[in-house]
Design a protein around this ligand. Structure first.
Ligand code: IPE
Ligand code: IPE
Ligand code: MG
Length: 237
């Protein structure tokens, strides 16, 4: 690939990691890192939209994160409550559609109501879609898809040979979104932590040493520049 030919970049998925370390480094409680991380969400969302990205999926809270201390989980949930009521409004006003993926039944009902309200209010925004993975686990998502398919088969609505990649994709939370082109993880960790396992089959990966609260427009643009120079092959020679 020549340098002037850019890869298409429709969808970026980010694992926003490093909030706790950011706070600990400063002698602050972990929650202070989550607060600063929430500010980075606004900055990076706007930067992605400006860069022409159509889908941005952010990993905000995993199914495994429920195992953290009650103090941290409660702190994160109250931060989320505030965020849903204030900051999302700002993002929403900038023409961004907001949607959520993950296990909603695990979340408090007032939070779920707020999420549904935001999804409805932003449904016609078409500048970019911001997808927040909240109480999200990819294996859980895949298992619920398999269950749906098994139910359809048991009812006689489909035959085993009807099950293909398209049908399976359509059973996932991400059903109407293109697969991520680029997955970014901040904070230097190099693992996927149960994120979009099915969807990242041919994604490019970028592991950034920057802790999420320090992540900004320049960090994102430098990563996009790196991505633009990669050669995506999809198995072809
Ligand atoms: C990411 O930051 C945010 C969540 C997982 C909710 P961490 O809280 O994982 O921060 P580190 O990895 O401990 O630094
Ligand atoms: C992944 O980060 C989940 C989110 C960023 C929301 P973690 O910090 O929970 O992942 P591990 O435990 O280091 O793999
Ligand atoms: Mg972490």
């Amino acid at each position: 690939m020549t340098d002037n030919k850019k890869n298409t970049l429709q969808h970026i998925a980010i694992i926003m990691d490093g909030n706790g370390r950011w706070a600990t480094k400063r002698g602050l409680p972990r929650l202070a890192g989550h607060k600063k991380g929430a500010e980075a969400v606004k900055i990076v969302t706007e930067a992605a939209a400006e860069a022409g990205v159509k889908y941005l999926t952010l990993y905000a809270f995993s199914t495994e994160n429920w195992q953290r201390s009650p103090e941290e989980v409660n702190g994160l949930m109250s931060l989320l409550r505030d965020y849903l009521k204030t900051d999302f409004k700002e993002i929403q006003e900038k023409g961004v559609r907001i949607r959520f993926i993950g296990e909603r039944h695990m979340l408090a009902s007032d939070i779920v109501e707020e999420m549904e309200k935001i999804e409805k209010q932003t449904i016609n925004n078409d500048r970019m879609t911001l997808c927040i993975a909240l109480s999200y686990g990819s294996r859980q998502e895949i298992v619920q898809a398999a269950r749906k398919i098994a139910t359809l088969a048991k009812r006689g609505d489909i035959l085993p040979e009807d099950v293909d990649i398209k049908m399976f994709s359509d059973m996932l939370y991400t059903k109407d979104m293109p697969d991520p082109d680029l997955v970014i993880r901040s904070s230097g960790e190099q693992r996927i932590s149960n994120y979009l396992l099915w969807q990242v089959a041919y994604a490019e990966f970028y592991f950034s040493p920057v802790l999420w609260p320090d992540f900004n427009k320049e960090t994102l643009n430098a990563i996009i520049e790196d991505y633009n120079h990669r050669e995506r092959r999809y198995g072809k020679a």
